[in-house]
Every structure is written in structure tokens, then in C-alpha cells.
Design a binder for this molecule. Sequence first.
Ligand SMILES: O=C(O)CCC(=O)C(=O)O
Ligand SMILES: [Fe+2]
Length: 297
Amino acid sequence: MKQIVSAPTHATVARGSAAGQLPRFRLGEEITAEQAAFLDEHGFLLFDRVASLDEVAMLCAELDQVEAGWLAEGRRAVNGIPIFYGRRGHRPWVQRFAFTSLFSEAMRRFVRDLRFEPIRRLVGDRARVGDDEKDGVVVNRYLNAPGSVSAELGWHTDGLRDLFYLRMPQAMLNVGLHLDDCPAENGGLRLIPGSHRQGFASMCFHKPYFVGHAPDPDEVVIETRPGDLTVHDGRLWHRVARSERRGDASLRRSLYVPYLTGPYEPKSESSRTPAYHHLGRLQRAWRARPRRGASSA
Ligand SMILES: O=C(O)CCC(=O)C(=O)O
Ligand SMILES: [Fe+2]
């Protein structure tokens, strides 16, 4: 097995079957020199249980409330960003929430909690939570069951839009809070450590975007517990693996907080839908199509 060894004080990141071997850092009042060096070298950090189980339960309940409101009003999009609807059993079910904190005061408060300040400052001294910018606070709900439109997500980097404009994506940190117990068998985040330091060509062509789902010999498995926080560099190659479980046991929820540093660019209900979302809509309709003989686990 190949090993990447960072500075001597760092834990070793074992490539390949690394489940359970990654360092689980503690989030304190400051990002430590060790954490900063690890992020710099490998492109990600995993923080152990930053939110309590009560807070995780609160966030999950808020999501259900937001969903109930959207279903009642028949909402298809927020500020031009489509809501991804799948089916769970026979009910419509939201699998990607956008701008979530605009619909939940409790969530809006939570993502501003003081404990996250070191993470915000890591992005930039003047970084802000973009409640009404980009896609806002995004929540994904992955499920491996018939009717699900999000069971997995193919290999990608998050800098695709920049690549379209033929410029090297800017450093961008994605900050995710994980709401479910997710050992390797439940799928979840896989990433290639160090791939954030690749050049432009490799970022464009190393893998075809969103198509491939095969494990990479260099990938690591990010196993999470409810309340864990991950930070990953948007230039890293990563994917979300399909759970080996079926039905409700495969549920995986991840909440991403947008920390932004550029000029303030608020969106509104008249904002346009980015082109790639039109493609995505077709793809989801195909995945969610009713199939004869499929059980609704
Ligand atoms: O759910 C996750 O943890 C990652 C999702 C992701 O990579 C994305 O939406 O770009
Ligand atoms: Fe991503």
C-alpha cells in the first residue's frame, strides 16, 4: 500500500484501503499549525464531532420542516437553483436543498456559531456565510433505493465553472457537516489526497467529469460520524460512493456551508438557472422514472 507521509508530527494518510486510519482532528479556537500543514499537503481535514447529536437532530428536523413547506407550495427551485426531488417510497422527497438557511432561522443561527470561527477565518479573515449567494447552504440527502435521484456522485472537482472559462480555479474550501453515521460500507466521500496541487490540464482531463464511479487506487475513504466536519479543497478530485446498504439504512445527509470572500453577489427569485442544471434535471427525471417490478424500499 502506498503511503503519503506528511511532516513528522502528522498522522500518516494511508492511500487505498484507508478506512478508519485517517487522523480525526479536534476543532479548537484556532486551526493548529499541524492542521494547516495537513490541509496544505493533502487538501482536506476531518474534524471529530463538531456538532452534538442534539444539534444534528435539530438540523434534520429543520430540513423536514423546510421540505414540508416546499412541498406544500409546490416549489421547484430557489433563486434559480433547482431543488432535486426524488421519491422515497411513494412520496416526493427532497434530495438536494439549496439556500436552506433562508428557510430556517435555526439553521442560519447555527452556521454562525462561534465554534466555526476558526473555519471561517481559514477561508479568509473577512469571509462570510453566503446565505443568499451561489447555491447558499446546500444539504444533500443520499439514498440507495428505487426512486432516489442521488445515490452516488461521480468523480469531479468543484472548480468546473472556472475551467469552463479556461482559468485555473481559485483555492476554495468546501466545509461539510455530516449528519449520519457513515462507515465505508455506507458509501460517502472518497477523495484523492494531494490532487488539489495538480495543474490545469490534470484538473480538466485526469478523469471525465461526473461519469466515473470506480474506486481509484489512490483514493481515501472519509468515514464520518454524525456531527463530524470536513474541509476539502475544491480542486481535489472527489466523489460520493454508493452505499452497499439498501433503503433507509443507506441514508446519508451532508450540509455544506458556503464561506465566500469575493464581492457580495446576492441571488433572488429572478436569478437565472445555470445551464448545467438543465442537464441535471433531465438526468434526474431519468433516474426517478417509475420502473416495473421495483420495490419502493
Ligand atoms: O456529499 C458530499 O459530501 C459531497 C458532495 C459533493 O462533492 C458535491 O456536491 O460537489
Ligand atoms: Fe464536490
